[in-house]
Design a protein around this ligand. Structure first.
Ligand code: ATP
Ligand code: MG
Length: 554
């Protein structure tokens, strides 16, 4: 809990502002650009923005930063709304920067009238050339001293579509020698004859980020505008525009972007993975998009918990994927019901179990659940499937599972003893033969024998079949974006393993998409969106233990 950890630096600012009576309520916004699906980095920002107003009172707007007509799509808007809701947050207003195009145009006219903005006919190359460098001042554009009347006339004609793309811009008139390059007469408006997903063909001039973002904040009277560190140099312009326009004084605060090991948190790169078919769409369970994680079986609570544990930082760093997995394990351990599933089956015959007999044994649904989960009947018979890896022909030291002559317990059922096995001509084990101890039934064990190993099983005649998809990290290096070669070179070729036919407990045949289970000893699983009773599909969310920690010790 944040309270126990003390306040983060943004909470400190907010508490100070409330104590001083600067604000009666806190207003924040989450401002995604609808040019892709949200990822785990955005989840941090969502939890921060919504978390603040939940904690201190006030509200959060969802504002689509849709000022670039070329890359934005309605599909993305819908997915973003779904993701924020799924994470468990409710926005006060659904807003679009494009709703403010008229107001923003008015603000621009105001600046022109104040002599604080001008129309420049220079090409973008020319503007860049005159910009100077961080160590040398820039030079004034030859169009910088146009009269207010001429600027007003040209700006209106820009809006009316008289000029071609790139032929003119509206620029703030600040200082071409300013130490902050962003203050050297930044471009506020550009011409783009493009269709916009909401305003259609109404506009052919579009405001730049710096002239839309802060102004939108002011229009909504956002008190604390939270953004990532790359906007630190923009703050000066943010404040300049608010001051000169004499609009509501929103304040910008910056925090560090959150990046995770073994994955990518950039919409542009995630889009590349989708377009170039490294993954099967934005919601591929290997993607750390919110929709991918949802399909993979992550819970909203686990993602919120993760965001709260990593908190807010002032400096960028890589957060370990293991922490995210730890969070989901902890949540699923409480809520996922236990079932048995055999992923890599070999037949086990109990030679002294009466032919054709079946019985029900009781197995716990979830001993970790608050209500203890209760039990379920599982059908037991003399022909079972068990995992191949639970048998060793020549057992290693400290092998407590099945081996010739060894005793092991079948989960919730009997102790068995391995009496023999068959192999095919390639040396593969095809069948294991055991006897069982009738007096060793779980819950009523009078055998006096204690076994060290317990293995899971399903009855061969009663098991349902399912496709099971096992996922590994999507990249084989910790920080693919920081490597020498293109990040695509580091995609892990083994990130998806499909088991076409696993055997699962019969009642899993009723699993509906989104149902979560712990397959005993195998990990946490969720029924995939495409799963049907005719073709069951389960995705492994995460293994039961952290297999990565082991690997990094190698
Ligand atoms: P991307 O590079 O993935 O496109 P972005 O910052 O351009 O990211 P936006 O849609 O503009 O994406 O982001 C919406 C909000 O989410 C912004 O306030 C942004 O600062 C925040 N955000 C984006 N990525 C991260 C991240 N990795 N960690 C924390 N916050 C992030
Ligand atoms: Mg962006």
């Amino acid at each position: 809990m944040a309270e126990e950890k003390g306040l983060n630096f943004i909470e400190e600012i907010v508490e100070e502002d409330l104590k001083n009576g600067k604000y009666q309520q806190i207003i924040t916004r989450f401002p995604p650009e609808p040019n892709g699906y949200l990822h785990i980095g955005h989840a941090s920002s969502i939890c921060l923005n919504f978390g603040l107003t939940e904690k201190y009172g006030g509200y959060t707007n969802l504002r689509f930063d849709d000022t670039n007509p070329v890359t934005e799509e309605t599909e993305y808007v819908e997915s973003i709304k779904e993701d924020v809701k799924w994470l468990g947050f409710t926005w006060k207003n659904e807003l679009y920067a494009s709703d403010y195009f008229d107001t923003l145009y008015g603000f621009a006219v105001d600046l022109v009238k104040k002599g604080l903005a001008y129309i420049d006919d220079s090409s973008s190359e020319e503007i860049a050339r005159l910009k100077g460098t961080p160590t040398e001042p820039g030079s004034n554009s030859p169009y910088r001293n146009r009269s207010v009347e001429e600027n007003l006339d040209l700006f209106e004609r820009m809006k009316n579509g008289e000029f071609k793309d790139g032929s003119k811009t509206l620029r703030a008139k600040i200082d071409m020698a300013h130490s902050n390059m962003l203050m050297r007469d930044p471009v506020l408006y550009r011409i783009k004859h493009a269709h916009h997903h909401r305003t259609g063909n109404k506009w052919c001039i579009y405001p730049m980020y710096d002239f839309a973002h802060g102004q939108s904040d002011s229009i909504e009277e956002v008190t604390h505008s939270l953004c990532t560190l790359e906007f630190v140099p923009h703050r000066e312009l943010y404040n300049w525009l608010i001051e000169k326009l004499e609009i509501y004084p929103s304040r910008q605060y910056e925090f560090a972007r959150r990046n995770l090991t073994y994955t990518i948190t950039s919409k542009r790169k995630l889009l590349q993975l989708v377009n170039e078919k490294y993954v099967n769409g934005w919601d591929d369970p290997r993607m750390t998009t919110i929709s991918g994680m949802r399909r993979r079986g992550f819970t909203p609570a686990s993602i919120r918990d993760f965001a709260s544990r990593i908190g807010v930082a002032k400096r960028e760093n890589l957060v370990s994927m293991s922490l995210l997995e730890h969070c989901v394990r902890e949540d699923l351990n409480r809520i996922a019901i236990r079932r048995m599933a055999v992923l890599d089956p070999v037949k086990l015959i109990i030679t002294n179990y009466p032919n054709g007999q079946t019985e029900e044994v009781l197995s716990e649904n979830n001993p970790e659940a608050e209500d203890n989960g209760g039990t379920r009947p599982v059908i037991f018979s003399g022909e079972l499937w068990i995992e191949k890896e639970d048998f060793m022909e020549t057992p290693a030291k400290k092998w407590f599972r099945l081996a010739p002559g060894a005793l092991v317990r079948l989960k919730s059922a009997y102790i068995i003893k391995c009496e023999g096995y068959n192999k095919d001509s390639n040396g593969n084990i095809t069948e294991i033969h055991c006897t069982y101890l009738p007096e060793s039934k779980s819950g009523n064990d009078v055998s006096g024998i204690r076994t060290k190993g317990t293995i899971h099983w399903v009855s061969a005649a009663h098991a349902a079949k399912a496709e099971v998809r096992l996922y590994d990290r999507l990249f084989s290096v910790e920080d693919p974006a920081a490597e020498e070669k293109d990040f695509l070179e580091y995609v892990n070729p083994g990130s998806l393993q499909v088991i076409p036919e696993a055997y699962i407990e019969a009642d899993l045949g009723n699993a509906k998409p989104g149902d979560r289970y712990q397959f005993i000893r195998k990990g946490y699983f969720i029924a995939d969106n495409d799963s049907t009773p005719q073709h069951l599909i389960f995705n492994r969310t995460v293994t039961l233990k952290d297999t990565w920690a082991k690997e990094s010790r190698k």
